[in-house]
Design a protein around this ligand. Structure first.
Ligand code: BG6
Ligand code: MG
Length: 217
């Protein structure tokens, strides 16, 4: 068995920020009188800010200009940044540091593949920047998840071949992206929703590197 790199999604895998995204969209939706609920929010997981806004606006019953959309997205981001400004290491999800540390101990490179342009600030506030060898800048990824680009870019950043990478995701789009990148996909969350993953765990706390089968030699 050889694992060269472990690639992590951020929101909902390492960081307890899913609710913060949800509350920020909800605040915007309420302000604009647009219906929004948890079920719609599920569709936003792993999806970029602008693409998320398009989903939210499906229920608005009207057209928005590009300038209006930019202003709405900026509004959501301001609300989100208000919340993440006070993140601390306590907002790491269970098992996050243990798995990152275990990778370090075994000489496995670690990388972050997050669709969030706020990822660098979140990582800093959570105090895990020293445990990550590479962070992909979402701003420079043209094709979002479920395209494989962000995971391939993360693998390249740590000089690892995709077939020797394992990657962790809580979003369906993310699992599809990992599979498209030909990496081993480890789902974090609901087994039914993430059924395309190679393995699924309720949280990173239930996972350990010893559980990985010898998928490559
Ligand atoms: C992903 C989240 O990690 O980042 C999505 O799952 C979010 O919900 C996306 O929309 C973009 O985040 P940001 O911080 O750039 O608006
Ligand atoms: Mg996520």
């Amino acid at each position: 068995m050889h694992v060269a790199a472990a690639i992590f999604d951020l929101d909902g895998v390492l960081a307890d920020t899913t609710q913060a995204h949800y509350l920020s969209w909800l605040r915007l939706a309420k302000e604009k009188g647009i219906y929004f609920d948890k079920q719609i929010n599920e569709r936003l997981k792993g999806v970029s800010r602008m693409a998320s806004l398009e989903i939210l606006l499906e229920r608005s019953g009207r057209e928005f200009s590009a300038a209006e959309k930019a202003s709405l997205a900026a509004g959501k981001n301001n609300y989100y940044r208000e919340i993440i400004g006070s993140l601390t290491p306590e907002d790491l999800l269970p098992g996050a540091v243990t798995v990152l540390d275990a990778c370090r101990t075994r000489g496995i490179k670690t990388a972050l593949a997050s669709a969030s342009e706020n990822a660098p600030d979140v990582i800093k506030n959570l105090g895990i920047a020293p445990l990550l060898d590479y962070i992909v800048d979402a701003k420079y990824i043209t094709n979002p998840k479920p395209h494989p680009d962000i995971f391939l870019s993360a693998a390249m950043g740590v000089d690892a071949e995709p077939r020797f990478c394992i990657a962790f995701e809580d979003a369906e789009a993310g699992i599809r992206a990992i599979r498209a990148a030909k990496m081993m996909a480890i789902g974090i969350g609901c087994r039914k929703r993430l059924c395309q993953a190679d393995m699924v765990f309720a949280s990173l706390a239930d996972f350990s590197l010893g559980m990985i089968p010898p998928f490559c030699v």
